[in-house]
Design a protein. Structure first.
Length: 114
């Protein structure tokens, strides 16, 4: 039954060929660069958040697991919540200076945005 999972094939045109086998595309995740080669930009953002400020870290190149680990470390060091997805780390509140110093201490090239 695992071969007949219809949810993975949404948007696929029906084939009348009885020997047709649907092939899934594997998501390619880029290799995680070492911290000294990462150029991270730390900025503040309010758009779509009801006027609340968040610190946004962009420019991370690597796997989702490494992004989540870096986001977890930053959130713990700042003592606040946040999220790490779509290549961005969001830390609740205005912690630009603290995040930049934390990233530089970890060996990343971090620059303060706006």
């Amino acid at each position: 039954m695992a071969d007949n999972d219809w949810k993975k094939r949404l948007g696929v045109v029906f084939s009348t060929n009885p020997d047709f086998q649907y092939e899934e595309e594997a998501d390619e995740q880029p290799e995680t660069l070492e911290p000294s080669k990462q150029n991270l930009i730390v900025s503040i953002d309010r758009k779509g958040r009801g006027g609340k400020q968040v610190t946004l870290v962009t420019g991370f190149i690597g796997t989702d697991e490494d992004l989540a680990e870096l986001g977890r470390t930053l959130k713990v060091k700042c003592g606040v919540g946040g999220t790490a997805k779509d290549g961005e780390i969001t830390v609740q509140g205005d912690f630009r200076d603290r995040v930049v110093t934390l990233l530089k201490d970890m060996g990343y090239k971090a620059k303060r945005g706006n």
